[in-house]
Design a protein around this ligand. Sequence first.
Ligand code: CA
Ligand code: CA
Length: 227
Amino acid sequence: MKIFLFIVLYGVVTVFAQAPATISNCCSCEQFSEAQGKQLRGLLQEEASMLREGMQRMCPKKDNKWHKIRNITSALVCFSAKGDNPGLFTIDREGFVAAFKLVHVSGQVSCENPGCNSTVASYKSNWGCSFDHPYIGPTPLGTFITTKSKRVLFPREKFIRDKSKSTWYALPGFEPDSPFLVFHDFSNPDFFHRGQQLQLWYGEDLENVNEENNSGKTCVEVYAWYL
Ligand SMILES: [Ca+2]
Ligand SMILES: [Ca+2]
């Protein structure tokens, strides 16, 4: 803002300095004529336009850094809530990844069948369980990204409720039915090589805990943020 004011003032001073050569009888006038005022406004608008263009060149718009991971076998990555059925996806670009985004496309998963007599209609959701569940409710997210050897990459450990059994967590800003889920750790990015396989798991299925009463399948698109 200070720069803008400086340049506008500079423009006005320049106009005044140039005025005797370009505007006749300026020095003898106490007020500008209509034609002189119009010329001054034109010069100021020209200065402002040049300033705007200069600032846009100095601060170019950043590109969107989300890279969609394109699977060879299928466009969507689907994982089930039980039966050792993770979704598989393959890294198609080598580099350091600071974040993953999972965009929900179809399907839902359930952590439990509430039963006919329950007042709860369903524990289905996009990413885990439900706020209504008596135990899981406070930490209702249950979708994990792991390596091929089932080592959990995301969410980071600090978000997980029971670290000995990595099945449930809460993530600030996200709910069981959020349209997408973002995991990020820009201070500790992970390096992946092209062709490396990663997996998407339902937590109870990953840990083989209470998975018998689960059901459903969620399908997503996977995006990675490369540094
Ligand atoms: Ca269950
Ligand atoms: Ca399992």
